[in-house]
Design a protein around this ligand. Sequence first.
Ligand code: NAD
Length: 492
Amino acid sequence: QYPLSKTITLPTGESYEQPTGLFINNQFVPGKQHKTFEVLNPSTEEVICQVHEARAEDVDLAVDAAEKAFEGDWSLGDPAVRGRALTNLADLMEAHKDTLIAIESLDNGKTLANATGDVALVVNYLRYCGGYADKLDGKVVNTGSDYLNIVKREPLGVCGQIIPWNFPLLMWSWKVGPALASGNTVVLKTAESTPLSALYAANLAKEAGIPAGVLNIVSGFGKITGEAISTHPRIRKVAFTGSTRTGKHIMAAAAQSNVKKVTLELGGKSANIVFNDCDVKKTVENLVTGIFYNSGEVCCAGSRIFIQDGVYNEVLAEFKAAAEAVKVGNPFDPSNYQGAQTSQQQVDKILGFVDIGKKEGATLITGGERSGDKGYFIKPTLFADVTPKMKIWTDEIFGPFGVIAKFKTVDEAIALANDSEYGLAAGIHTLNLNTAKYVADRIKAGTVWINTYNDFHNAVPFGGYKQSGIGREMGESAFDNYTQVKAIRIKI
Ligand code: NAD
């Protein structure tokens, strides 16, 4: 049997114990079938370790543990206890942040700077959720003096959570934080390419006082472990972040199995709109953040860039220069802005879209090829003269790959931005408040950033219009995803 933990030496020089088992009932255990799978370092293409794989019978065991944990003090007791466990977990994650940051860079390929940003958001968000636990009040509804109507929020039960590989720990916190604060219990599946940080954090959750069975982590593949979660008859809710294709499949599976509640945070092809009266220097910085941050593996990446005719040549020239100045390479070298893509599959997908863009007649401005001869590195890539019928305009590419078009009028920019099946986010760059407000009101997207991009806060909800999803994460809205309303009507 493959061991349940392995000593790993990080590129930072630190050695640590990486758990590799399934985390069920606050213990690391092997899968019933004793299967494991390889986890690769995307920067070197070398194997980091093996991780135990959960099959349907292991998901059943995790659900048993989660159901048992739900039927007790965790869901019915003082919510302040849950809040304290979450804030303890935030403190422990902060104390172990250097290890968590390095694990995330090792496993995902993102730079240490990106991973540092992620872990800071994780710690803050867990504190935010911990603080909310005892503030999820209900109300008394007045229907006259001969009745007492109590309307209260209750947790849903066992929640299944399926997360992607682009922000492994951050997506973990967006799922686990509000679910536990609201009194649910969880069976969470990490993405098969990035399971390590969640397993490391599982030990911290136990140490923080999260009771056995409340949080269970099952590593594995979508078609096996993910399917077992989305079709499970005793899981009451499934929350998913990933591609729209898989999201549709999960929604259908959730409906057919037991009408699970569903929250989906799906793909995007977000518009980043540059007006003539923008601050060019700051705007170009935001365009770079929009499409090259986290190697472009961001669901809300500003991947369709629209520039007004008056500043088109100037912004394009500066954006090209900025893209070419982005240093790509070893994520542990702090001088690199962009690390590795997470998998060979992503590299193939991105390079496939480079060929498609050329064939479709768009103009390759820069990039379009691998960087270095080892590791999944891609040069920042920009195509101009892109039109709405092209696949590089319509499809989520999920890499450092921006497509650019020119526009004349404000209404034309709005029409171009809305010409997408997605509606996750948008950026507007103008110093004119009237233009900013006019456009923001007409863009069909869940988040509109004005003179900023990829700019998150715990208290501000995030989620998609159209095929970018259902439900909102963060902010007060996140607790709506994990509670149901009960009305108690008492005849006096
Ligand atoms: P995916 O959506 O298939 O995978 C995301 C998660 O879903 C993983 O944990 C995966 O194991 C799981 N999953 C896959 N099939 C499943 C199934 N049938 N039932 C239950 N769970 C399942 O994404 P991918 O294949 O890893 O990447 C493909 C593309 O998806 C990317 O190129 C990108 O365009 C997009 N993507 C988007 C996001 C996002 O946050 N919007 C995240 C990851 C990937």
